[in-house]
Design a protein around this ligand. Structure first.
Ligand SMILES: Nc1ncnc2c1ncn2[C@@H]1O[C@H](COP(=O)(O)OP(=O)(O)O)[C@@H](O)[C@H]1O
Ligand SMILES: [Mg+2]
Length: 368
């Protein structure tokens, strides 16, 4: 019996939790089980500190690398026990790691969560550090999920776009024509700014179903100032993160332009910013009769989904559930698939997406 189950671990920019997914890959793909383990609040705060430059980062990084390695290992073990998966059938764990800095323009990206600790504590071969090989080959190191979207969700009949709304938002364009290249890029903020704004005003970690945003009115002046950020008009390949999109940027734009806005209207404007920048990126593809499938935590925000429906020129909009994979588990499943690729000496990046010169086998292997 050859092990054919892969476990993916994804801890995204939102810092809402650690997603773990188990998938089986033989001649077919099957989703087996998944779980989300919450990140302790104090740890979340410390990770946030590392995502912005500050004092004594190396000490903090070393400690969090270790703590996160243990947490990722625990999340994997918990999924194995709650799903009754036979550990002997597991081929590998693919761990994205926690991004603490993503600076492709400076030639680096950094994810932590020690894979040595994961391999040691789970007894499973662990694959990590997926992004840096693509960067070394001239790419952005991101987004990496489009290759998985291409594998799982492409159709020969219809043009499809897969939209992931996590902390950041990214789209993958899957043309029906098999000879057309897959493209994809970060469109900008997903939930990250809305999360931060409501957190500062009420302590909530996110705007449940977009209800607070719904209660406000979009401030067109603020929206236009935010849309002027050069990132939005840059051509792909492009990727971004907390370095560029953080709450101080919003406060600074409000202050510099002396805007008088009540907090609830800022929330409405941030939701509109996410919806507009996604819709602009989608509409700019000029695809014939495109279908739009959405995944990531943003699918739980019906105010955002409603705006996307209004703003995008699509013939059909749904979540990835309709394509057979629950929207909460697409990213973690993608890293399980990337582990499968690496272990089988197969490439994982798409140069047409990341801008790398070549397809490459990604990541480092930490043997069981
Ligand atoms: N019920 C909900 N209502 C509104 N937003 C939600 C809800 N559930 C999750 N979210 C949003 O989804 C985010 C998490 O999405 P996720 O795809 O895990 O992002 P990441 O990959 O960056 O961790 C949360 O921070 C929150 O903004
Ligand atoms: Mg998450």
């Amino acid at each position: 019996m050859t092990p054919d189950i892969y476990i993916g671990v994804m801890s995204g920019t939102s810092l809402d939790g650690i997603d773990v997914a188990a998938i089986r890959i033989n001649d077919q793909f099957s989703f087996l089980a998944a779980d989300c383990v919450k990140l302790p609040d104090d740890l979340r705060q410390q990770i946030l500190m590392l995502t912005q430059p500050g004092n004594n980062e190396i000490e903090l990084m070393g400690r969090l690398d270790n703590v996160l390695g243990k947490l990722f290992a625990d999340a994997v073990k918990q999924l194995i026990s709650s799903s009754n998966i036979d550990i002997k059938k597991i081929a590998a764990v693919g761990c994205h790691g926690q991004t603490i800095r993503h600076r492709p323009e400076a030639g680096f990206t950094l994810q932590i969560g020690d894979p040595n600790t994961i391999a040691e504590q789970t007894g499973l071969t662990t694959i990590a550090d997926f992004r840096r090989r693509d960067l070394a080959n001239g790419g952005q190191g991101a987004p990496l999920v489009p290759a998985f979207h291409n594998k799982l969700f492409r159709s020969a009949e219809t043009n499809r776009v897969i939209l992931n709304i996590g902390g950041m938002a990214n789209i993958t364009v899957l043309p029906a024509n098999p000879s057309s290249l897959v493209t994809g890029f970060d469109t900008g903020p997903g939930n990250i700014l809305s999360d931060a704004w409501i957190h500062e005003h009420s302590g909530a970690s996110f705007d449940e179903d977009g209800n607070w945003a719904r209660a406000g009115a979009v401030n067109q002046e603020l929206l236009q100032h935010l849309l002027n950020l050069p990132f939005f008009s840059e051509a792909a390949p492009k990727s971004t993160g907390r370095e560029q999109f953080h709450i101080d940027w919003i406060k600074q734009v409000i202050q510099e332009n002396k805007l008088q806005i009540i907090a609830v209207d800022v929330q409405a404007t941030l939701l509109e910013l996410t919806a507009c920048t996604i819709a602009d990126a989608f509409n700019a593809q000029h695809l014939a009769d495109p279908e739009l499938y959405i995944c990531g935590g943003g699918v739980h925000n019906s105010a955002l989904l409603q705006r996307l429906q209004e703003l995008t020129n699509t013939v059909h909009i749904a979540t990835t559930e309709e394509l057979g994979l629950h929207p909460d588990w697409v990213e973690a499943s993608a890293f399980a698939w990337l582990a499968h690729q690496t272990l089988n000496k197969l490439t994982g990046n798409l140069p047409s997406v990341t801008g790398a010169a070549h397809e490459r086998i990604l990541g480092g292997i930490y043997q069981a």
